[in-house]
Design a protein around this ligand. Structure first.
Ligand SMILES: [Zn+2]
Length: 98
């Protein structure tokens, strides 16, 4: 993979090497690939001990939610020219289902 990141993009980037143990997912955060994003969201659900469901991808988007009453939801979409994906919204952070 090229290390030549898109310039002109000031969004925070998730660093797999340092951020995976305690993922802090915020709106605007960028993941290098959808796979990384999925992994991180899954890790978050494990840390917060809730059951995660991924929604079927519609066009260029991946959303996921807590299976209990939609107590937590996240939605991210891909950038047009790269495989990177960015968090667009989070609902219910921090997760606090009973
Ligand atoms: Zn929940």
């Amino acid at each position: 993979m090229s290390s030549d990141d898109e310039s002109g993009n000031d969004f925070p980037e998730f660093n797999e090497d340092t951020d995976m143990d305690n993922p802090n997912i915020i709106v605007g955060l960028v993941f290098h690939t959808g796979d990384v994003y999925r992994k991180v969201v899954r890790m978050y659900s494990i840390k917060k001990e809730f059951e995660l469901k991924f929604k079927k991808n519609d066009h260029g988007k991946i959303s996921a939610y807590c299976s209990r009453e939609y107590g937590w939801k996240i939605y991210a979409s891909y950038f047009r020219e790269t495989k990177a994906i960015q968090v667009k919204s989070i609902y219910g952070t921090p997760h606090r289902c009973p």
